[in-house]
Design a protein around this ligand. Structure first.
Ligand code: 5AD
Ligand code: SF4
Length: 450
């Protein structure tokens, strides 16, 4: 038998939490963790001994894509009967064994809380078993996953909180990811320090409701219950960590301490994803958002008072059941009032098991037209925000070489992609850059000499 490592292909759908989870799964299945039975990653599914789909259930399109992608794997399985196919993530969590019934070519199904059990499940498939594990275990998967190796990248995600207790009427997350659970602060700080030792300069804290973070404080720092503001301030004390971001937040959990941290912690970046979903109070109520449009606008004012250059990003849903033209107009008005640097809009997609799924839908053509209107307004705002950067000086953390000689590409403090030239640029370098031009999806600039 050849000693060459087996190959693993992972396809990731959906949010950044899944991106993080995919990395952790790859580590759990690596040779470093599993010995000679372990896998190394390949980008090419045709080369793979195992294909894992890390799935998303947030909208119907994302969930159905998994089934069409599984169908596309059939010829690979026919060509190589030893090929193992696994489904992970939120579709796995929501549909469990149903996936194997619908797609008998699937060898294993693993829910989002059980990745630490993957190596055993993969070993079981070798003897023909078809394991399904979608329970919510009592143990913390992160404590049972191997330590993260150096990725070579200067940015990293770090999950601090999972699940959601908000139960917005349209959303499957409280069902697929379960109740809110926060990791203890000491474990997060340790993981962050190790990432920094491996060259990470920017950490994005992840959680479905990240600003609802309520973790146990480290004993050495007095214990107690820590909120996100305390966690951010402790992370900001780590030497070598230059930038902190967090996503995704709920307006009702944006407390005074967190707003104050934005004004006082220079490492906390001036970009905030703060979805509001609609600008109509009637629809916000029907969505079970528990805040009004006015509450949101006042909150933005307070955030901007603490950090005047804050760039805001949001999510909007077009065609939620019961939405009238006046409700839609209220959403357009809210977007105009906020002035987003970036925003995402989605057509409402009924999700089985959620309260809104049983309500009478808005006509599909009307919902499509509203979505286009939202997207057109958002695109105009994004462009204006990006063009407003020209002439300004911003911090840029460089990640990779650009296409032109001497050019490097990185992300600005406000998360714009920036192509820049100048002395001493390289991976992991954080430099001040003067923005000279705005292209459709990026900015160009020159390093300001130190
Ligand atoms: N239909 C459309 N969009 C949805 N989102 C969540 N659930 C649905 C749904 N059923 C959007 C929300 C959320 C983002 C991640 O996805 O805007 O903030
Ligand atoms: Fe879903 Fe976010 Fe609402 Fe939680 S707060 S239910 S994750 S949309």
């Amino acid at each position: 038998m050849s000693d060459a490592p087996k190959k693993l292909h992972i396809k990731t759908y959906g949010c950044q939490m899944n991106v993080y989870d995919s990395e952790r799964m790859a580590e759990a299945l690596s040779r470093a963790n599993m010995g000679t039975g372990g896998y190394e990653l390949t980008d090419d599914p045709a080369q793979a001994d195992m294909v894992l789909l890390n799935t998303c259930h947030i909208r119907e399109k994302a969930a159905e894509k998994v089934y069409s992608d599984l169908g596309r794997l059939r010829p690979f399985k026919e060509a190589n009967p030893d090929l193992k196919i696994g489904v992970a993530g939120c579709v796995a969590q929501a549909e469990g064994e149903e996936i194997m019934r619908r797609m008998p070519l699937v060898d294993l199904v693993v829910g989002s809380q059980n990745y630490h059990r993957l190596p055993d499940m993969v070993r079981a498939t070798a003897s023909g078993a078809h394991p399904v594990d979608t329970e919510f275990p009592v143990e913390d998967k992160f404590e049972h996953l191997p330590e993260r190796p150096a990725s070579g990248r200067p940015t990293a995600f770090l999950t601090v909180q999972e699940g959601c207790d908000k139960f917005c009427a349209f959303c499957v997350v409280p069902y697929t990811r379960g109740a809110e659970v926060s990791r203890p602060a000491a474990r997060i700080l340790t993981e962050a320090r190790k990432l920094v030792e491996k060259g990470v300069r920017e950490i994005t804290l992840l959680g479905q409701n990240v600003n609802g973070y309520h973790g146990q404080g480290p004993d050495a720092l007095g214990g107690g219950d820590w909120g996100l503001a305390q966690l951010v301030r402790a992370l900001a004390r780590i030497d070598g960590l230059e930038r902190i971001r967090y996503t995704t937040s709920h307006p009702n959990d944006m407390d005074d301490k967190l707003i104050a941290a934005h004004g006082e912690e220079a490492k906390l970046m001036p970009y905030l994803h703060l979805p509001v979903q609609s600008g109509s109070d009637r629809i916000l109520k029907a969505m079970n958002r528990k805040h009004t449009a006015e509450d949101y606008l006042r909150l933005i004012e307070r955030i901007r008072a603490a950090r005047p250059d804050m760039m805001l990003s949001g999510d909007f849903i077009a065609g939620f059941p019961g939405e009238t033209d006046a409700d839609h107009q209220a959403t357009l008005d809210l977007i105009a009032a906020v002035g987003y640097g970036m925003a995402y809009s989605f057509k409402y997609s009924p999700r089985p098991g959620t309260p809104a799924a049983d309500r009478a839908p808005v006509d599909a053509a009307v919902a499509d037209a509203r979505l286009q209107e939202l997207q057109a307004l958002i695109t105009r705002q994004q462009r204006a925000a990006q063009e407003g950067m020209v002439g300004r000086e911003v911090g840029v953390l460089f990640e990779k070489p650009g296409r032109l000689p001497g050019q490097w590409v990185g992300k600005s403090d406000y998360l714009h992609a920036v192509h820049a030239t100048g002395e001493g640029l390289g991976q992991g370098v954080l430099a001040r850059v003067r923005i000279t031009a705005s292209a459709p999806n990026s900015l160009a600039g020159e390093r300001i000499s130190a």
